[in-house]
Design a protein. Structure first.
Length: 438
């Protein structure tokens, strides 16, 4: 029983150590990634401050910083919880080792007392020769040998248990030091969070001072986004109408060709004096046409449409460098007002190349106020690139994934930005679900 208990304690020891190391390693990786994102946001915020006064972009960036700082602190709290659990587990293991050592030492002491009392060769020989038979004497020799081995094993178990307890005590000390370092780190992050919240409040107060100017910008932004939505809808409807017209023309041409074939091959009876000539055309056999998934799909673009769908979640971003200014759906503005968008607004440098996210055909290029919009068709899906200052493609042109189609323009705050949309023939899609994670 003592041996089994010793083995179980050793196994639990190594299992607990491995589990703790894995969890803390994962948390550290997450923390480093959050730190990287925080540094990038800080750099973008400083760049924007150098270019203009307080605006929505600055407020969005500092809000992102606050959120990232909160996530870092949450990461640290989880690390502290792991360390606390480790401290509890380690102390519990030390207590187990102490109890195990007491048991082992007591058993070892009993065996040593017994060995001392029977230490003379006379007692040893007397024990053997007092056996009733030869077989009994062999058994007694085996017993004495086993008992000697058992005492040696007891001594070894005591030494190993003492070594394991020593390691756990060292780990307990090391974990306490680690927790102290992590707590210091948390204090620093909390101080940084307080400063960032102050900066967030400062920018918010400055924006609120703008009052009517900010509201006018938001009204103008809503109108512009609505016009872009209308342009996308118009382009999709035109593509659908053109596809239907083409399908109808193809059907008419096929029907006319079938009639001509019938007229040429139909037999004509020889005329007689008593009966007029009568030509009867064989009935045209109609072939049931398979209903397509969409009128926009045809033999030329079904494969393209399938490839586009298969790349959902891994499409490249339309700009090489940028950050999300407004997400798909509801976005809260500094003045507390919400604005809903059907696309994704990506802030970037003015003049940055905007690239097609997938192969396709330019469905339309339109002007919306003083910005340009490019709409590209990918089977039954459409990707739209708005707020462009210039365009390098034209309607009907085939484009390739990664091909530059224009340059990013300035938004109403004077900051470079691109509005990116993905639609099918029936609804808006969340673009971030289609783009790869950065």
């Amino acid at each position: 029983m003592v041996k089994l208990l010793f083995t179980a304690v050793v196994m639990l020891f190594y299992t607990a150590v491995a589990a703790q190391a894995t969890s803390r390693e994962e948390l550290e990786k997450q923390k480093q990634q959050l730190k990287k994102e925080l540094e990038q946001t800080e750099r973008l915020l400083n760049e924007n401050k150098a270019k203009s006064k307080e605006n929505y972009v600055q407020w969005k960036l500092v809000t992102d910083k606050v959120n990232l700082q909160d996530r870092i602190i949450d990461n640290i709290n989880r690390d502290i919880n792991i360390l606390d659990n480790s401290l509890y587990t380690t102390q519990r293991d030390i207590n187990k080792y102490n109890k195990l050592l007491d048991t082992l030492k007591q058993e070892y002491a009993k065996s040593m007392v017994y060995a001392y009392k029977n230490r003379s060769n006379y007692d040893f020989l007397n024990f053997i020769f007092s056996a009733a038979s030869f077989n009994d004497a062999v058994k007694r020799i085996t017993y004495l040998k086993s008992y000697r081995d058992y005492r040696e094993m007891q001594g070894q178990n005591i030494l190993r248990t003492q070594e394991l307890r020593k390691k756990r005590i060292e780990e307990l000390t090391g974990t306490k030091k680690q927790k102290s370092v992590v707590l210091d780190s948390k204090d620093k992050e909390m101080s940084a969070l307080e400063e960032e919240k102050k900066e967030q409040d400062r920018i918010l107060n400055e924006l609120k001072k703008q009052g009517k100017q900010l509201n006018d910008k938001m009204t103008a932004t809503r109108k512009q986004l609505k016009k872009v939505d209308n342009a996308i809808t118009a382009a999709i409807n035109r593509a659908i109408n053109e596809a239907r017209k083409k399908a109808a023309d193809d059907a008419s041409a096929a029907k006319a060709k079938a009639k001509n074939n019938v007229a040429v091959t139909a037999p004509v009876a020889a005329p007689t004096a008593t009966a007029p000539v009568k030509i009867t055309a064989a009935p045209v056999k109609t072939i049931a046409k398979k209903t397509e998934e969409s009128v926009l799909l045809n033999a030329e673009n079904i494969a393209l449409n399938t490839n586009f769908v298969n790349n959902r979640g891994s499409l490249p971003w339309p700009v090489d460098k940028g950050y999300v200014l407004m997400h798909y759906g509801r976005n809260q503005l500094p003045n507390g007002v919400d604005i809903s968008t059907t696309g994704l607004t990506i802030a970037t440098d003015i003049g940055t190349s905007v690239k097609a996210v997938f192969d396709g055909t330019v469905s339309n290029v339109v002007y919306v106020d003083d910005i340009q919009v490019v709409i590209i068709q990918h089977g039954k899906y459409f990707s739209t690139y708005s707020n462009l200052s210039s365009v390098s493609v034209q309607r009907g042109q085939a484009v390739q994934r990664g091909q530059a189609i224009g340059k990013a323009g300035a938004n109403l705050d004077g900051v470079g930005a691109v509005d990116f949309y993905i639609n099918d023939e029936k609804s808006n899609q969340d673009p971030e679900r289609w783009l790869r994670r950065r």
